[in-house]
Ligand binder design. Sequence first.
Ligand SMILES: NC(=O)C1=CN([C@@H]2O[C@H](COP(=O)(O)OP(=O)(O)OC[C@H]3O[C@@H](n4cnc5c(N)ncnc54)[C@H](O)[C@@H]3O)[C@@H](O)[C@H]2O)C=CC1
Ligand SMILES: C[C@]12CCC(=O)C=C1CC[C@@H]1[C@@H]2[C@@H](O)C[C@@]2(C)[C@H]1CC[C@]2(O)C(=O)C=O
Length: 249
Amino acid sequence: MQVHNKHIIVTGGASGLGGACAALFQSHGANVTVFDQKPEAEVEAKRGQLYKQVDITKEAEVAEALLEAEETNGDLYGLVNCAGIGSAKKVLSSKGPHDLETFQKVIEVNLVGTFNMLRLAAEKMKSHEPEETGERGVIINTASIAAYDGQIGQAAYSASKGGIASLTLPAARELATAGIRVVAVAPGVFETPLFASVPEEARQQLEALTPFPKRLGDPQEFAELALHIFQNTMMNGETIRLDGAIRMP
Ligand SMILES: NC(=O)C1=CN([C@@H]2O[C@H](COP(=O)(O)OP(=O)(O)OC[C@H]3O[C@@H](n4cnc5c(N)ncnc54)[C@H](O)[C@@H]3O)[C@@H](O)[C@H]2O)C=CC1
Ligand SMILES: C[C@]12CCC(=O)C=C1CC[C@@H]1[C@@H]2[C@@H](O)C[C@@]2(C)[C@H]1CC[C@]2(O)C(=O)C=O
């Protein structure tokens, strides 16, 4: 599916990987709507896209924002789920067991929020006329290599990303009859505000552990894969690692 003149929603589009997707899709002629929890006034890079302050975990908020976004930007043909949060807490530390509140929050935003967007966006996409090819749209989810090689302190984050990787195939199978593809990307370590809190020493270790290229990923490289997923109709039901071959210890 070509993105030109297509309405595509990017969650987490105020920052990092989502921001790069929103900019690249817009430069290819898409009508981009950004859903992000940040107030619009606090978002530095203004790109002239339609912006909705939305918490992806809130059913009514998302439903209302979807309605408004379609009124302005037209029928929905794409969703790129990038909104997410990190966490670093051990299952059991000297302070005691991992608190349930943090675990639940990470699952709620990363997994439940992604699913909430997927199901409500799919309903909209299914209601529209398909392309000549039978396609009605594409949904991209953002997992993480932490779904497979989660490090110490990453139980909550890895569980949330494992859930995203696991739901991608059944969602693709179910939505296939509507001509909607579902693909996940599992990025390695990317240079974004989410990663900024990682100490310099850990960052250098992760770079050194990346076979090639020996550096953090550039959000533009993530956006280019997302664009290719839209354009390549055979891509469906898979979680694609984008990680310079790193396997985190
Ligand atoms: N940066 C990295 O190394 C990697 C990031 N990822 C994943 O990629 C995605 C994007 O991450 P980054 O761009 O690095 O992070 P980021 O922190 O730069 O951007 C995430 C955006 O999501 C938004 N957001 C968070 N909770 C939200 C909610 N409840 N509703 C709406 N918006 C919400 C934030 O406001 C922010 O603008 C996340 O799902 C993250 O887990 C995965 C692997 C590696
Ligand atoms: C666990 C890491 C690395 C070590 C450290 O000092 C702090 C961390 C907390 C954030 C984690 C770090 C690393 O595991 C890579 C991830 C999981 C990072 C959050 C996002 C992250 O870059 C990712 O999703 C990679 O796939």
